[in-house]
Design a protein around this ligand. Structure first.
Ligand SMILES: *Cc1c(COP(=O)(O)O)cnc(C)c1O
Length: 371
């Protein structure tokens, strides 16, 4: 699905030197490389505070911890996402309230959010799924009206730009009260191990977040609140600082690949190509088709026999996952997400795709559909 080796070879000298420098300095934890990357990312995102942490799941967890919620408080999120989003809500003994998505963008439906609000609702976690922003104008308006926090899960959309109705443009993850991202290797900005970060413009939340990721302390060995240990190590930060320079170029490469696929599949009545909402650009963390009346397993194995990877993101919506079964929800409650989980199909998309590869993949998909 991705070509991280090909990507590495293009920046090998820079990356190897940066890694060697960290090793030679032995500043493995909280070294200067972490501060340098943090400051570059703040600049790129145009945000006041970036707080690096151990991974994207931790980012979501510390974001929720910083809000000072009480057990039983409700957090609204989408049922069509990676499990991490709901996992941290459950781990903190908060109540995940799941809602359906919009059929075209696969992102959380603002109307469904509104209907799910109760007196216990404290926060909303929109996920910018597959690389395009959720409808943040409407989500922020709902949050405003009901006095709710918004934590953006931007793990798949780092670098995407959102265009507000008032003409202001912002980067994904800098719109709500706190933004979260992941530097998992295959993400848009991926390191060579685990990594993540939270973003905020709020000084008080930033201070709280910095304490939480560092055992709840400001002064060493004085612990004011319960925290966790969640750090981005210096080697990963040094790699990320280099890759951040290429983040927009990487997004452009994926957009080009998506355009190629869109053209190749135009007019094919068995596939719907991805639709981008008019208030966001799409950085194509995934290229996800909706299939119509086709056997996805047969397509996947046909592609595999021809040396092509594919994936289904996601085969089961959260409300039907075993660990999250809840008497509040049953099969049929979120028809759009349920239908998507039965019909979506993702093709390889990454920074190293040439036209021959794209042609081969799309021709192979079409030759399956036409037999
Ligand atoms: C990858 C991902 C996460 C979790 O990130 P990790 O770094 O793997 O913990 C959270 N949410 C979404 C939507 C993701 O895609």
């Amino acid at each position: 699905m991705v070509d991280l080796v090909g990507q590495y070879y293009k920046i090998k000298d820079e990356v190897d030197t940066a890694i060697q420098d960290v090793i030679a300095s032995a500043a493995f934890i909280n070294g200067p490389a972490v501060k340098a990357f943090q400051s570059d990312l703040e600049h790129y995102l145009n945000i006041k505070h970036v707080i690096p942490c151990g991974n994207g799941t931790d980012a979501l967890q510390v974001a929720l911890m910083a809000l000072g919620l009480q057990p039983g408080d409700e957090v609204i999120t989408t049922t069509f996402t990676f499990i991490a989003t709901a996992e941290v809500i459950a781990l903190l003994k908060l109540r995940p309230v799941l809602v359906d998505v919009c059929p075209n963008t696969f992102n959380i439906d603002p109307h469904a959010i509104e209907k799910a609000i109760t007196s216990k609702t404290k926060a909303i976690i929109p996920v910018h799924l597959f690389g395009q922003c959720a409808d943040m104008d409407r989500i922020m308006a709902i949050a405003d009206t009901h006095n709710l926090f918004v934590i953006e899960d931007a793990a798949q959309a780092l670098g995407a730009t959102w265009y507000a109705k008032n003409g202001i443009a912002k980067k994904a993850g800098t719109i709500g009260h706190i933004g979260c991202t992941s530097f998992f290797p295959s993400k848009n900005l991926g390191c060579y191990g685990d990594g993540g970060a939270v973003f905020t413009n709020d000084d008080t939340l930033a201070e709280q977040l910095r304490m939480i990721v560092n055992h709840g302390m400001k002064t060493r060995y004085y612990h004011d609140i319960v925290g966790v240990n969640s750090r981005l190590d210096s080697i990963q930060a040094a790699i990320l600082q280099i890759k951040l320079k290429y983040l927009d170029t990487y997004a452009d490469a994926r957009k080009q690949a998506a355009n190629y696929y869109n053209t190749a599949f135009e007019g094919c009545d068995k596939l719907s190509t991805p639709i981008t909402a008019d208030f966001t650009d799409h950085v194509f963390h995934q290229y996800t088709l909706v299939t119509h009346q086709i056997d996805r397993e047969a397509l996947a194995s046909y592609l595999k026999r021809n040396g092509i990877a594919s994936a289904i993101y996601y085969p089961v919506p959260l409300h039907l996952q075993k660990a999250y079964l809840d008497p509040r929800y049953k099969d049929g409650d979120f028809p759009i997400a349920e239908n998507l989980s039965e019909t979506v199909f993702s093709l390889p998309i990454h920074t190293e795709m040439d036209e021959a590869t794209l042609q081969y993949i799309s021709q192979t998909v079409l030759s399956f559909l036409n037999t």
